[in-house]
Design a protein around this ligand. Structure first.
Ligand SMILES: C[S@@+](CC[C@H](N)C(=O)[O-])C[C@H]1O[C@@H](n2cnc3c(N)ncnc32)[C@H](O)[C@@H]1O
Length: 255
C-alpha cells in the first residue's frame, strides 16, 4: 500500500532529506520595521540636490581624520587603495590614501571630492552589490551614513569581499541625520546601542574579525560626538583591528 507523503517541505529525490531552504535573511533578526523609513521614495530623488556641506562639526571631522590616521588607513599608512562608501565631496583623510575610490548618490558631489581618484554613483539600497573584484581594496570607510542603509548586512558582506583579508572597514557616525531617510530602528535606539547595532551588522555579515567600537570625542563635551565601529576582514596576517573594545571606549583620537 502506498504511504501518503508527509508535508515536510521540499524533498530531495535521492536520500529523502529535505532540500535546504533559502538562506535566512539576517535582517530578519531585527524588530519588524527596523529598516523602514519615513521617506521610502527612491534615494536618487532625495540626493539629487547638491549638498556641499559637512554633516558633522569641525571637531568631529578632524576626529574622523585622526582615527583613519591612527588605524593606518590614510596615506601615511599601508592600506593602499581605499573605498569610501556613501561618500560626497569630502572624505576627511588627513593624508589621502594612494588611491581613493568614492561611491555615493550625487555625482556632482563625488566629482568635487579632491581626495578621490575615481567615483561610482550607486544606490546601495537598490543594489548592494559592489562593482569591484575580490580583494580590490586595502580598507573601506563609511562616514556618517550607515544609518541610511536598508540592507546594511548585505552591503557589509560585499565590502568584506572587495577588501582584502586583514584590511579594516571603518564606520563612523554621530547623532545627526536626515530623519526622513534614516532607518526607523536607528532613531529608536541610544547612541551606545547604535555602536552595538553596527557591531552586530558586522557579525551577521560574516567575514570579519570581532568588531571594535569607540567614542572618539571626549564624553560629555559640547559638539557632535563621533563614534566608530570597525573590523578587519578575516584571514589577515594577524594585524588585527588595533586596540579597542566592543563597548564604548576612548581611543587617542580626541583633541
Ligand atoms: C550624511 S551624508 C555623508 C556624506 C559623507 N560620507 C561625509 O562624511 O560627509 C550621507 C551620504 O550617503 C550617501 N547615500 C545615502 N543613501 C545612499 C544610498 N542608498 N546608496 C549610496 N549612497 C547613499 C549620500 O550620497 C550622502 O552623500
Amino acid at each position: 500500500m502506498a504511504t501518503p507523503a508527509r508535508d515536510n517541505g521540499p524533498m530531495d529525490a535521492v536520500d529523502g532529506r529535505p532540500e535546504p531552504g533559502p538562506e535566512p535573511d539576517p535582517h530578519d533578526d531585527f524588530p519588524i520595521g527596523f529598516f523602514t523609513r519615513v521617506d521610502e521614495s527612491p534615494d536618487e530623488v532625495f540626493y539629487e540636490p547638491d549638498r556641499f556641506v559637512t554633516h558633522i562639526d569641525d571637531r568631529a571631522v578632524q576626529t574622523v581624520g585622526r582615527l583613519y590616521r591612527q588605524l593606518g588607513i590614510d596615506g601615511e599608512g599601508s592600506a593602499g587603495a581605499v573605498l569610501d562608501l556613501m561618500s560626497s565631496w569630502v572624505s576627511h583623510f588627513l593624508t589621502p590614501p594612494s588611491e581613493l575610490v568614492v561611491l555615493g548618490m550625487n555625482e556632482r558631489e563625488l566629482r568635487a571630492n579632491r581626495q578621490a581618484r575615481a567615483y561610482v554613483v550607486q544606490d546601495l539600497n537598490a543594489d548592494p552589490r559592489l562593482p569591484f573584484p575580490d580583494d580590490r581594496f586595502g580598507a573601506a570607510t563609511c562616514c556618517v551614513s550607515i544609518d541610511y542603509l536598508v540592507r546594511p548586512i548585505d552591503v557589509l558582506r560585499e565590502v568584506a569581499r572587495v577588501v582584502r583579508p586583514g584590511g579594516l572597514v571603518v564606520c563612523t557616525f554621530s547623532n545627526r541625520c536626515f530623519p526622513t531617510k534614516v532607518i526607523r530602528g536607528w532613531l529608536a535606539i541610544t547612541e551606545e546601542q547604535r555602536c552595538h547595532t553596527v557591531g552586530r551588522y558586522f557579525r551577521l555579515a560574516g567575514g570579519y574579525d570581532e568588531p571594535m567600537a569607540a567614542l572618539c570625542t571626549p564624553a560629555g563635551t559640547p559638539g557632535d560626538p563621533l563614534y566608530a565601529v570597525w573590523a578587519a576582514v578575516s584571514g589577515g596576517a594577524g594585524e588585527g583591528s588595533g586596540e579597542g573594545s566592543d563597548g564604548v571606549g576612548a581611543p587617542d583620537t580626541a583633541g
